[in-house]
Write a protein that binds this ligand. Structure first.
Ligand code: GDP
Ligand code: IMO
Ligand code: MG
Length: 428
């Protein structure tokens, strides 16, 4: 094992949580580097299903340290609830979980702003999760954010809070349906959250760098995906953080030389939840079939996910901007039973053939997918297969087509929800 970044290569929900859980066994620390409780990472162990939003997906393993890095935005109440839910299910969290002092806090005014801005945008809305993520990162970048450590400096906290609440109430005047925010109530609530979370708060940059020095194995857990990254995604239809591999450095305070591998998780097809361009989207029965068979409903909001074929233009972009060393293909079993499987190999824009993901929104919106048709493996199944040579030949051909087109090896294939439905193709 080594220090590995796990990153989503599409629009999120690729199955990162499952892969992180599987790789935790050989790691010492699992560390989240960005995003917030907009994420929903599912781990299935036998009859038990866990959906993690803020806490790294390694928490289900005993005696592994989990870190919520400075790059994550933390809603303290959501974190307390997640800790309590895990505790109620017999998972030990205290002692295993550390939260960065520098992590910015999602405040009630961030949620109010997120929801009201979306309402105001009407049909131009982003389709956010409504968790206050964007406004929290906005405050961070504009240097008016409140961090975890502020909860332990009550006077400074109150001063910042009053200023922010006054500003927000001024902004919210344009939304007559939104209630004014009360700084005193927020203060009282947040000080009490600080008391509960105090045992978890840590100088995580020091903790993680000490561990790296000692040769420990770190798993860096990304949330969202490459196409939702604020720099490399389908801007403005993105989230507000650096979901790509580069975010792991700033989001935890580690240097790039400590990274050994970057694993890009890709579903065997593509999904997206929320608004924004999606060239290989299927709005027909095939898309509906993928949604139903793949249970493609958001783990955080329950919204139906938009579904489509695997898109090599998207994946080529993800390989490049993340420096992927290998790919993980999940949900191969959902393609079981199909006679033919299409893959998007390029986009057609007017009379041009594009192999690289276009940055201009109007071009992207005007692109038609160019498909190649591959044979499916209907009559054979991949569901639950746990060794590569037991996969149907046509499924192996599908994996090989991915490797050859992208020039990156596939190291892991996932064939079911369960922790054990996994094939390590090359990975140790
Ligand atoms: P994440 O956000 O990237 O962690 O992914 P989500 O948990 O939001 O969505 C992935 C969904 O697919 C979850 O319900 C997983 O349990 C499920 N899943 C992951 N890998 C596989 C797989 O190989 N086959 C099937 N059928 N389901 C999978
Ligand atoms: P995981 O980690 C899929 C999407 C939202 C919306 C956009 C912006 O489970 O893969 P935000 O609330 O972040 O401001 O919303 O990003 N989005 C996700 N889509 N998986 C996620 O996380 C997502 N987190 C945010 O649907 O389109
Ligand atoms: Mg998810």
């Amino acid at each position: 094992m080594a220090n590995i970044i796990i990153v989503g290569t599409q629009w999120g929900d690729e199955g990162k949580g499952k892969i992180v859980d599987c790789l935790t066994e050989k790691s010492n620390i699992v560390a989240r580097y960005q995003g917030g409780h907009n994420a929903g990472h599912t781990v299935v162990i036998g009859a038990d299903k866990f959906i993690l939003h803020l806490i790294p997906s390694g928490i289900l393993h005993k005696d592994k340290m989990c870190i919520i890095g400075n790059g994550v935005v933390v809603d303290p109440l959501a974190l307390i609830q997640e800790i309590d839910e895990l505790k109620a299910r017999g998972i030990s969290v205290l002692g295993n979980l550390k939260v960065s002092k520098n992590a910015h806090l999602i405040m009630p005014y961030h949620v109010a702003l997120d929801l009201s801005k979306e309402l105001k945008k009407g049909n131009k809305k982003i389709g956010t999760t409504g968790r206050g993520i964007g406004p929290c990162y906005t405050d961070k970048a504009s240097r008016s954010g409140i961090r975890m450590l502020d909860l332990f400096w009550p006077e400074i906290f109150m001063e910042k809070l009053r200023a922010n609440v006054a500003d927000t109430n001024y902004m919210l005047k344009q939304y007559p349906d939104v209630d004014k925010l009360d700084a005193d109530k927020i203060y009282k609530d947040y000080i009490s959250y600080g008391e509960i979370l105090a045992p978890y708060v840590d100088d995580t940059d020091i903790t993680i760098n000490e561990a790296i020095k000692q040769g420990k194995n770190i798993l860096f857990e990304g949330a969202q995906g490459t196409l939702l990254d604020v720099d490399h995604g389908t801007y403005p239809y993105v989230t507000s953080s650096s979901a790509c591999a580069g975010g792991a450095m700033t989001g935890l305070g580690v240097g790039p030389k400590c990274i050994d591998e970057v694993l890009g998780v890709a579903k065997a097809y593509t999904t997206r939840v929320g608004e924004g361009p999606f060239p290989s989207e299927l709005t027909d029965e095939t898309g509906e079939g993928l949604r139903e068979k793949g249970a493609e409903y958001g783990a955080t909001t329950g919204r139906p996910r938009r579904c489509g074929w695997l898109d090599f233009v998207v994946l080529r972009h993800a390989v490049r901007v993340n420096g992927l060393t290998s790919l993980v293909i999940t949900k191969l079993d959902i393609l079981d039973g199909m006679d033919k499987i299409k893959v998007c190999v390029a986009y057609k824009y007017k009379d041009k053939l594009l192999k690289d993901f276009p940055k201009e929104l109007p071009i992207l919106e005007g692109c038609e997918p160019v498909y190649e048709e591959l044979d499916g493996w209907s009559g054979h199944a991949t569901a639950g297969v746990r060794s590569y040579d037991k996969l149907p030949q046509k499924a192996q051909d599908y994996i090989r087509a991915i490797e050859e087109t992208l020039g990156v090896p596939v190291s892991i294939v996932s064939t079911g929800q369960d922790r054990d439905d996994i094939i390590y193709k090359k990975h140790s």
